[in-house]
Design a binder for this molecule. Structure first.
Ligand code: GMT
Length: 382
């Protein structure tokens, strides 16, 4: 098939999932066209089936806010027409689903019927989307999509709860490339960070408020009083300054390193003993899945879809949001020498269920279904 993928090109989870999906589809022989405002971060290799179309945004002194959605819709029209796409798959509802609706209507006037699949990723529903400033457009454009998917049962439930959605939402969980995310031999790295055999704890995120990075630091501060350990923070974002202040206040700066945005996060995960994800909201928790694929157990909050990923007491633990005390106890339990190997093995076993090879066919099935329905409709109306 010829598929147009629309996503945010940045480090965020939705862009990562969209890009990895496109790469996997291309490897399977589909032709994939990315349509976005800059080269997706993970679109980092050549494949003859992968194409990238940049959305150019023309500014004008009149525009306080350049109309990205219009430029995106125009680009979609252009790419569908000239590349003869079979369908558009948009990731993150705002503004991609409404831009796709507009493109679809424009194309219809030219005799082209293009089905649209919308994948909901989380904050497009749970945070930004349900805000009254966007909700009517989000509701409308989800309902107008030919196929709708959500990355967890919890997000599916939330979507029905917050919006008046008339259509079926299929749950297709996030997935992982086990070829890339696997435990690598990086002993020299472990020795450099943990010279005295300390346990290594890792957190990766975009340091937004919803990630509760402060909880990560507080949990670590309590762990290190019981077990010699180090903390690596990967990523960057608005909370960075607060985190730095908290580390100083707790006097733990010597045992903590902030690595910033790192491409090869799997190298850090390869030497980690525990991953912390105490988020306030998390529709799925892709970063936790990446850790588990590298044999790292997870202590997480019970937010959103996290309990669907982390099996409590098996591949890690889930605790109530903000319960730093309980998360610390669970972390200390996992880090015991007699418990750690089993938790690591279980984490990997769980991650293997989300192998891209298992999840990709679910997307292909949706594509086939919406395309067949569109073809039928087209033949009936002509
Ligand atoms: O977590 C973020 O802030 C990034 C966000 C995004 O939209 O890019 O991630 C969301 O989508 C990911 C991929 O489906 C999920 O794994 C994350 O759990 C989800 N984040 C939230 O729901 C907060």
């Amino acid at each position: 098939m010829k598929i147009g993928i629309v996503c945010y090109p940045t480090f965020g989870g939705s862009g990562v999932v969209a890009t990895e999906l496109g790469k996997a589809l291309a490897k399977k022989g589909h032709q994939v066209h990315f349509i976005t405002y800059s080269q997706p971060t993970r679109l980092d290799f050549f494949n003859e089936n992968l194409f990238y179309h940049e959305v150019g945004i023309r500014s004008y002194p009149l525009f306080v806010y350049p109309p990205y959605e219009l430029a995106l819709a125009s680009k979609m029209v252009n790419v569908v027409q000239y590349e003869k796409l079979d369908l558009l798959h948009v990731h993150y509802a705002i503004p991609h689903a409404s831009a796709a609706y507009m493109a679809k209507q424009i194309l219809k006037t030219q005799g082209i019927d293009i089905p649209v699949v919308t994948t909901l990723h989380g904050t497009d529903i749970t945070l930004v989307g349900k805000d009254p400033s966007y909700a009517p457009v989000v509701t409308f454009s989800i309902n107008e999509s030919d196929g709708i998917t959500a990355v967890s049962e919890d997000l599916r439930k939330d979507t029905y709860q917050h919006f008046d959605i008339k259509k079926n939402i299929a749950v297709i969980p996030n997935f992982i490339d086990l070829e890339r995310f696997k435990k690598q031999k990086k002993d020299h790295f472990k020795t450099a960070i943990c010279p005295n055999g300390e346990k290594l704890i890792v957190h990766t995120s975009n340091f937004r408020k919803v990630k509760r990075v402060e909880d990560v630091v507080r949990i670590f501060s309590k762990i290190r009083k019981q077990i010699p350990s180090k903390l690596l923070l990967v990523g960057d974002g608005p909370e960075r300054m607060n985190i730095e202040s908290l580390c100083r206040e707790l006097q733990i700066c010597d045992d903590l390193r902030m690595l910033g945005k790192l491409d090869a996060v799997e190298e850090v995960l390869s030497v980690a003993d525990l991953f912390l994800m105490p988020s306030e909201k998390e529709s799925f928790g892709l970063a936790a899945l990446e850790a588990m694929a590298c044999e790292v157990p997870v202590v997480a909050s019970n937010a959103g879809g996290l309990p669907e990923l982390v099996q409590d007491g098996i591949s890690g633990f889930v605790s109530p949001i903000g319960n730093v005390k309980q998360m610390t106890e669970k972390a200390l339990f996992i880090l015991q020498e007699e418990n750690l190997p089993q938790f690591k093995a279980n984490a990997l076993q769980r991650a293997q269920e989300f192998d891209v090879a298992n999840i990709l066919p679910m997307y292909e099935d949706i594509y086939k279904k919406v395309k067949a329905e569109q073809d039928l409709l087209t033949s009936e109306t002509r």
